[in-house]
Design a protein around this ligand. Sequence first.
Ligand code: GLP
Length: 203
Amino acid sequence: MEIKLSKDYEKLSSLVAIIVAAQILENPQSKLVLPTGSTPLGMYEELVRRKLDWSLVETFNLDEYIMNPDHPYSYHSYRPTLSFEDKMNVNKGIDLCILGIGSNGHIAFNEPGSSFKSRTRVVDLSEQTIQDNSRFFDSIDDVPKQAITMGLGTIMESKRIILMANGKHKLNILKVAMNGEVTEDVPASILQKHNDAEVFYCD
Ligand code: GLP
């Protein structure tokens, strides 16, 4: 798969924001899956600047930590699970799914070894992911050990998928995922099997 290089983070962000905006303009009732992590923040800022009409758009989070529901960062984690997959089935799928990639090749919170057929479920986070994401918490002990995530099978049912990655530290895993063997050891490699998936990167 081709890894399309953007000049800088602003370009990467605006490129993906334009794709999202075009999707909403084309179909105001679009169903979108949107990512967490630091990479998409610039895209979200650009989308806010564009003042789109989101009133009929349905959005789904890719993943969420499992943590105390009283915690300010909680999303009442368990509740979306069933309603999410119910909606997926009833509504016949997602129009556009935006993804990031973890340093171990995970997408959403589908860690290495996740089944390509997996659905939305509760997962244990890998040591690598806990370590990587500790930068968002006061200490590594505060990082939740479990999360709820869309499955790889669920993600692959999206009509269109865009993966965005930022930084030199992501390049090696991107190359492995997009040009190496398609294997459950590298969850993002499943995107090679999608007929409308693109990868955008800036270093
Ligand atoms: C987390 C999220 C992923 C995200 C990844 C990369 O683990 N669960 O969905 O893609 O981080 O994050 P970042 O964009 O901060 O590198």
